[in-house]
Design a protein around this ligand. Structure first.
Ligand SMILES: Nc1ncnc2c1ncn2[C@@H]1O[C@H](COP(=O)(O)OP(=O)(O)OP(=O)(O)O)[C@@H](O)[C@H]1O
Ligand SMILES: [Mg+2]
Length: 242
């Protein structure tokens, strides 16, 4: 079971979206994932409820909630171990709350890959350095698997000073990019659930404009699958085996 975490010190960086895009690709591939909400916002659960309403959820995805402030890290560990032992899941996705908290730092120790979604906008830059610092410290202790900053959103036109600030914060830290930048697709993921399921349910009665929608969803799913392939390759090359 491959454990992938999304981590940032701030809300709204794209953590839940990035993991849900991966979940969509995992599901479409016929594999299964345990989706662990370690964030009181319970974004995974929100996706599940909305998808279920329109028959777009899949039994191959299971959502669990952990109240990170109430639960110790031991609960996460035992949950992950039980999930691994059950043999039911190919992946576990950890959706961490967007705060710097000891629980999150501990949780990263279980991840074979940590994604740090980041909107490369000038206003966000101050958040990146401290989050990377945490990862670098864990790396120094050999307590974390692979890690990547995941640039989300359009590449903005950063000022020269902001670019220099970003590069200084990154200081050679490896980055990935999502090709998915179509906000309408994110609305679709939220409103209509898993992309593969949404395609299947739309395709049946698609006519005219809906055919265009199906095409857009298909392209988005292709992008998700490319992201998942990239994630798998990183884990195979650098990740620890859980
Ligand atoms: N790659 C992307 N391109 C464009 N918009 C994106 C991208 N990823 C996420 N978003 C948008 O950014 C907003 C925040 O995303 P998301 O909810 O995934 O962030 P989060 O880090 O989980 O936030 P929180 O900490 O509040 O749970 C959403 O409106 C989402 O649609
Ligand atoms: Mg979230």
């Amino acid at each position: 079971m491959k454990v992938i975490a999304a981590y940032s010190h701030k809300g709204g960086t794209g953590k839940s979206t990035a993991l849900m895009l991966l979940a969509s690709a995992i599901e479409a591939r016929g594999q299964s994932a345990l989706l662990v909400d370690c964030d009181p916002q319970r974004n995974f659960n929100m996706y599940r409820l909305q998808s279920e309403e329109i028959g777009c959820w899949s039994e191959r995805l299971e959502v669990r909630y952990l109240d990170f402030e109430a639960t110790g890290i031991a609960d996460l560990e035992s949950g992950l171990m039980a999930a691994e032992d059950s043999g039911r899941f190919d992946y576990a996705l950890l959706n961490l709350a967007g705060v710097d908290h000891p629980f999150n730092r501990e949780a990263l120790r279980y991840a074979e890959l940590t994604l740090l979604p980041f909107k490369p906008a000038a206003t966000e830059l101050s958040e990146l350095g401290p989050a990377l610092e945490v990862i670098r410290n864990l790396e120094a202790e050999r307590e974390v698997g692979a890690a990547r900053v995941l640039f989300t959103m359009m590449r903005p036109k950063l000022t020269v000073a902001a670019s220099a600030y970003r590069d200084a914060a990154l200081d050679g830290f490896p980055v990935m990019e999502t090709r998915l930048r179509d906000t309408a697709i994110f609305a679709d993921i939220v409103m209509r659930g898993l992309l593969g399921r949404a395609i299947a349910s739309t395709e049946a009665q698609a006519s005219g404009l809906e055919k265009m929608q199906v095409k857009r969803l298909r392209e988005a799913l292709d992008d998700c699958q490319m992201l998942l392939a990239e994630v798998d390759a990183i884990i195979a090359a650098e990740g620890r085996q859980a």
